[in-house]
Design a protein around this ligand. Structure first.
Ligand code: PGU
Length: 408
């Protein structure tokens, strides 16, 4: 880890400019500041005690209230985005230490993906095709299609083994046109609950490097897979260490329980602080006509928790409890199904990780479960394990068992 904690000053300027020339974002031009919110930015940066901001239409009385509910900057609450990036990339990440990560707050993970899609559609200098794993979260295709990218798929899941189709995945990566964009679920793949092992991630990273593909990580479940936010960030951190430039969408919906507050972040690693500033200026120009600036309350909660040692520890303990409760439900479900003599192989229930289990139930079985047993799940047989608890697990297991036996 020590090797990565070099301060910026010790990196030879020659190396930095070489990195900039090779960077995906070297041709992104600096955008102009926003005519209205740019004034607030200039005001905030001004250190003079006599300063007055008459730029933005926000009512103030004779005495300023604190904390206020005024608009955030276009890229969100700086304390929050800083903490979000640290959580994902790790404190010792080289681009983080070099102030080379462009970041904006987003309307949760969905908004982060959408900003990323729009930014890539506008500035990615190569083919505008993004490859999604098959299957993927159902909203990925419309998000990227509506962002202006062409959406294709790569093999991911093997029905016969109920596991990763690693050979198919590698072959598809190798056959992609160079410099295509590849979406990767950072951990707790949705809907399958099947993740590559660390060794497999390293191989994937190598192929992506050889083929000059551009990795775009969706990290909606950091902490949910293993109970450790560090462990779950393995893929993201490995790719960055291996020298990839990446895009990253983060959601705080699940790991902080901030679903409806819509807290997320989108970031891009860049070559250096100068490039980061150019990229951020263009992220602002993407965001401003979409929703102007992000919601404040949830970002304040997240940055308070992430920025306070005691609260951080308490929160991380809760993440661990959530992950462990899900794992214990997996075991109960598996054991119940086996004990009830349910036809089929159910080991995947415990080997899959994260919030979801891809049960293998067929569409007619999911329909009969809803119609006869009042149990609802997506028609691909995906269940959110978190919806199971000690009160309903036995009823659920019995109903599934009956559905599989054709007795419902
Ligand atoms: N990426 C993945 C892989 C997801 O599973 C989800 C949420 C998101 C991003 C976006 O979450 P945000 O709430 O915008 O941060 N998927 C859940 C939630 C329901 C939904 O479809 O939006 C799910 O059940 O698949």
């Amino acid at each position: 880890m020590q090797a990565f904690s070099r301060p910026l000053a010790r990196i030879a300027p020659r190396n930095l400019s070489r990195a900039a020339a090779l960077s995906t974002w070297s041709a992104v031009p600096a955008g102009p500041p926003d005519p209205i919110l740019g004034v607030t930015e200039a005001f905030k940066a001004d250190k003079d005690p006599r300063k007055i901001n008459l730029g933005v239409g926000a009512y103030r009385d004779e005495n300023a209230t604190n904390p206020d509910k005024e608009y955030l900057p276009i890229t969100g609450l700086p304390e929050f985005t800083k903490a979000a990036v640290k959580l994902a990339y790790g404190e010792d990440s080289i681009p983080l230490q070099h102030n080379a990560i462009a970041v904006t707050q987003s309307i949760s993970g969905t908004g982060a993906l959408r900003i990323g899609g729009a930014f890539l559609a506008r500035f990615y200098p190569n083919t505008k095709t993004i490859y999604l794993p098959n299957p993927s979260w159902g909203n990925h295709t419309p998000i990227f299609r509506d962002s202006g990218l062409e959406v294709k798929q790569y093999r991911y899941y093997d029905k016969t083994t109920v596991g990763l189709d690693f050979a198919g995945l590698k072959e598809d990566l190798k056959n992609m046109p160079e410099q295509s964009i590849v979406l990767l679920h950072a951990c707790a793949h949705n809907p399958t609950g099947v993740d590559p092992t660390p060794e497999q991630w390293i191989e994937i990273s190598d192929i992506i490097q050889e083929k000059k593909l551009f990795p775009f990580f969706d990290m909606a479940y950091q902490g949910f897979a293993s109970g450790s936010t560090t462990h779950d960030a393995f893929a993201v951190r490995h790719f960055v260490k291996a020298g990839h430039q990446i895009a990253l969408a983060q959601s705080f919906a699940k790991n902080m329980g901030l679903y409806g507050e819509r807290v997320g972040a989108f970031s891009l690693t860049t070559a250096d602080p100068e490039e980061k500033a150019r990229v951020e200026s263009q992220l602002k120009i993407v965001v401003r006509p979409m929703y102007s600036n992000p919601p404040l309350h949830g970002a304040r909660i997240a940055s308070t928790v992430l920025g306070n040692h005691k609260l951080y520890k308490e929160w991380h303990g809760e993440v661990e409890n959530m992950a462990n409760r899900i794992i214990s439900m997996r075991h109960r479900l598996h054991d119940n199904l086996v004990a009830q003599g349910t036809p089929g192989e159910w080991k995947h229930i415990t080997s899959q990780i994260g919030m979801f289990s891809f049960t293998g139930l067929t569409q007619p079985q999911t329909k009969v479960l809803a119609d006869k047993a009042h149990i609802y799940m997506t028609s691909d047989g995906r269940i959110s394990m978190a919806g199971l608890n000690s009160h309903n697990i036995d009823y659920f297991s019995e109903s599934v068992s009956k559905a599989v036996k054709g007795l419902l």
